[in-house]
Design a protein around this ligand. Structure first.
Ligand SMILES: Cc1ncc(C[n+]2csc(CCOP(=O)(O)OP(=O)(O)O)c2C)c(N)n1
Length: 632
């Protein structure tokens, strides 16, 4: 029997003798590697926090005490130790455990996360709620050095130091975001990490200063001054102390006795405490230790070799086509600059960075700053291409509206991983970008039907003298030929891709392919279907839409975006404004008003009625209803 198999709740962990915790950590690592090698997931971040998670659950007692995991991608061990060991093999699978903390999954997941840098704010809110209610539980935020580069983390620190609530922030410092961490704060942490004298000097300096007797106001003043300058030179964590936190560390995040001692000390303190924990991302699995970025989030892999089990012969991904196209555009147009918010590889901007290092900026996990910084460059003669994942771009809503759209700046927003992303689930689906961008005056919004059209859209956007966005999905393209010379697409003009007599589908982005396949099937059933590639979510092709509404009794809109505020609503309201709905019905197909869970994209689309079969069924029903209406 393994030690791990005896743990069914956090109380069981407390019964294991301290000298066996190392063995427990080994068993946990084996389980992590085994399950993630099959299901995919966040391997390196979790391997790095095994000892920290064990120590936390040893010292604190959830669900009474609250642990908020920033981003939450490193919460697997927490899940294993809080009664979900048996379910762990279902991690990230349809109907199985979520890859992020989720309140509805367990009372031990006190706060849902997925987007970075929220933990300090959430934990501070919990500490305030606790004090208002006269309770005394502990609140702990665990945040990585990468997540600390996000503005909201600074807002939380700033407020926490001021409110002086009892609160523990654990800074899990592994020098990595997904890629190497960037920024001044990161350099500051590196200095603390690399100077072995820091911990010793800190206590020496403190006791030396405490030992100086204050004999008279002038001496006291001198001491205070001395203390300040000394502190800055010798005491680690002064930045955090100045923020109003008691700083403990740096401590070795893989040394359980030190972790237990430090956590117990922090637990006794009645003030905001920051514990600086140094960990190694990927610890215990050689390939992940060597390339933590490659195993940050991974698909299935071969445990022995570390090789990823990628599909052989799949067409190039949208990301890679975007990446290559941008490099060629960057070569022609020296005014193009590229900005990423800590995702150079994920967005494919890394290639641009290699070719044009002067025009490439990784700003850390700072989507808001990325957009406004781009706006600043746009206001001064450059054309920024800001590439974000759709879901994270939600962070930069106001920056897009207030800084970019309102000033009608030349700006290209590229939204990768748009639509349903699959295994990462609700926090990561990119289902809202049409909705929140559509409401912004001046925005041009595009979605390519395949990877070849993506190239032309990117070119169109970078040549356009105003704000434009394009969005494309995770994963492989459709295998379209990508040799066609780049050309600009006429703004606001659709493309007719299939002719038919009975009904017309207006589809955008990924859904054009679905529409074509559904049309084939319906044709076989005697329903003749025309298909339009909408291309532009904004501006809509008004002329073509009005013409279609006068030809067809039924128009269907099809999109991989929330119906609320989405493309279909735009089409319907345009037709309504022109009085077309008196003689033409519109059926809007898209993502309903609910958060979509995790699982394979195909299964999620099936559940939402957005796979080929679902689309065929909806259109068939709508046609039947129409013909019944006609008979009456
Ligand atoms: C707002 C936002 N932007 C980007 C991401 C993508 N992302 C997930 S984890 C991560 C790096 C986090 O680094 P760190 O906090 O140091 O944790 P580590 O993985 O190194 O343990 C990034 C950029 C995100 N989750 N949220």
């Amino acid at each position: 029997m393994t030690l791990l198999s005896t743990i069914h709740s956090p109380q069981d962990l407390k019964r294991i003798p301290e000298d066996q915790l190392g063995q427990l950590c080994t068993e946990i690592r084996e389980l992590l590697i085994d399950v993630i090698s099959k299901n995919g997931g966040h391997l390196a971040p979790n391997l790095g926090v095994v000892e920290l998670s064990v120590a936390l659950h040893r010292v604190f007692s959830v669900p009474r005490d609250k642990i908020v995991w920033d981003v939450g991608h490193q919460s697997y061990i927490h899940k294993i130790l809080t009664g979900r060991l048996d379910q762990f093999p279902t991690l990230r699978q349809y109907g199985g455990l979520c890859g992020f903390p989720k309140r509805s999954e367990s009372p031990c997941d006190c706060f849902g996360t997925g987007h970075s840098s929220t933990s300090i704010s959430a934990a501070l809110g919990m500490a305030c709620a606790r004090d208002l209610a006269g309770d005394d539980y502990n609140v702990i935020a665990v945040i990585g050095d990468g997540a600390l580069t996000g503005g909201e983390a600074m807002e939380g620190l700033n407020n926490a130091g001021d409110l002086k609530k009892k609160l523990i922030v654990i800074l899990n410092d592994n020098e990595m975001s997904i890629s190497k961490n960037v920024g001044a704060l990161s350099s500051y942490l590196t200095e603390m990490r690399t100077d072995p004298n820091y911990s010793r000097v800190k206590s020496d300096v403190e006791s030396f200063l405490k030992g100086i007797p204050s004999i008279g106001p002038s001496v006291a003043k001198t001491v205070a001054r001395l203390k300040d300058s000394f502190k800055y030179f010798f005491v680690p964590g002064m930045l955090f102390e100045d923020f109003g936190f008691k700083y403990l560390g740096p401590v070795d995040g893989h040394h359980i006795p030190v972790l237990l001692e430090t956590l117990n000390k922090a637990k006794q303190l009645n003030e905001p405490v920051l514990i600086h924990v140094i960990t190694k991302k990927g610890k215990g699995y050689k390939p992940a230790e060597k390339s933590p970025n490659k195993y940050h989030g991974t698909g299935p892999f071969n445990i022995r070799t570390g090789a990823k089990l990628a599909k052989k012969g799949a067409p190039p991904s949208y990301t890679s086509v975007f990446s290559k196209t941008l490099v060629s555009l960057g070569d022609r147009n020296r005014k193009l600059v590229a900005i990423t918010a800590a995702m150079p590889e994920g967005t494919g901007l890394d290639a641009f960075g290699r070719y044009f290092p002067d025009r490439f900026f990784d700003v850390g996990i700072a989507e808001q700053h990325a957009v406004t910084m781009g706006a600043g460059m746009a206001a001064n003669g450059y054309h920024p291409v800001v590439a974000l994942y759709s879901t994270f771009s939600q962070r930069a809503f106001d920056q897009m509206l207030h800084d970019v759209a309102m000033q009608k700046l030349p700006f290209t927003l590229c939204l990768d991983r748009a639509g349903l992303v699959g295994d990462d689930g609700a926090t990561h689906h990119g289902n809202y970008d049409y909705s929140f961008l559509r409401m912004m005056p001046n925005m041009v919004i595009m979605a390519p039907k395949d990877e070849n059209e993506l190239r032309h859209m990117l070119y169109t956007a970078t040549e356009y003298d105003g704000p434009a966005s394009l969005r494309y999905p995770r994963g492989s393209g459709l295998g379209a030929a990508i040799t066609e010379p780049l050309h600009q697409l006429p703004i606001g003009k659709c493309e007719h891709v299939r002719t038919g007599q009975d009904v017309e589908i207006w589809a955008v982005g990924t859904m054009v392919d679905t529409a074509m396949k559904a049309a084939e099937i319906l044709e076989g059933e005697g329903i003749s279907v025309s298909v339009v590639n909408g291309r532009f979510i904004k501006p809509l092709d008004e002329e073509a839409l009005l013409a279609s509404a006068s030809r067809f009794r039924l128009l269907v809109t099809l999109e991989e975006n929330a119906l609320f505020g989405g493309y279909g609503e735009g089409v319907t309201s345009l037709l309504n404004r022109h009085g077309c709905l008196r003689h033409c019905d519109v059926l809007n197909l898209g993502i309903p008003d609910e958060f979509v869970p995790h699982g394979k994209r195909e299964l999620l689309l099936r559940d939402l009625g957005l796979d080929i079969t679902g689309v065929v069924t909806s259109i068939r029903k709508a046609c039947e209803a129409l013909s019944k209406g006609n008979e009456k």
